[in-house]
Design a protein around this ligand. Structure first.
Ligand code: HEC
Length: 105
C-alpha cells in the first residue's frame, strides 16, 4: 500500500468515527432528563427516547435530520407547526418530539 492510500484509509476511518460520535450525541441521556426536570418538565428517559425515535423516523424523510442545536427554541417553535403538518404526526406524538428537541438545546 502506498502512503497516500494509507492516509486516505485513515481519513475514512476518522470520518466514520466522527459521524458515529455525532449520532450518539443526539441520543437522549440522563443529563437531558435532569435538564428538563430542572426547567419544570416531568419527563423520563423513556419519554425522551420515544420522542427521539419519532423525530428520526418522521423528520428525515424529505431532508437530512436537522440537529436540535441548529435552531434556538424560538426558531423551533416557529417552524415546528409547519413541519408537523407535513409529517401528519398525532398531537401527542408532536409533544414527544418537542420534548426531545428542547431537551437537546
Ligand atoms: C414532507 C416533507 C417534510 C417532512 C416530513 C419534514 N420536513 Fe422539514 N422541511 C421540508 C422542506 C421542503 C424544507 C425546506 C423548505 C421549507 O422551509 O419549507 C424543510 C425545512 C426544515 C428545516 C429548516 C427550516 C429553516 O428555515 O431553516 C427544519 C429545521 C426542518 N425542516 C425540521 C423538520 C422536522 C423537525 C420535521 C419532523 C417533525 C420535518 N422537518 C419534517 C420538508 C419536510
Amino acid at each position: 500500500m502506498n502512503i497516500s492510500k494509507c492516509i486516505g484509509a485513515a481519513g475514512i476511518i476518522l470520518f466514520m468515527m466522527a459521524c458515529g460520535a455525532g449520532s450518539s450525541m443526539l441520543r437522549p441521556v440522563e443529563a437531558d432528563v435532569l435538564k428538563m426536570q430542572s426547567s419544570g418538565h416531568q419527563v423520563s428517559l423513556d419519554t425522551l427516547k420515544i420522542g427521539f425515535k419519532l423525530y428520526t423516523d418522521h423528520c428525515s424523510g424529505c431532508h437530512n435530520l436537522h440537529k436540535p442545536k441548529e435552531k434556538s427554541r424560538e426558531s423551533w417553535e416557529a417552524l415546528l407547526p409547519e413541519m408537523f403538518h407535513r409529517t401528519k404526526l398525532a398531537e401527542s406524538d408532536q409533544e414527544l418530539v418537542k420534548l426531545y428537541l428542547y431537551s437537546k438545546l
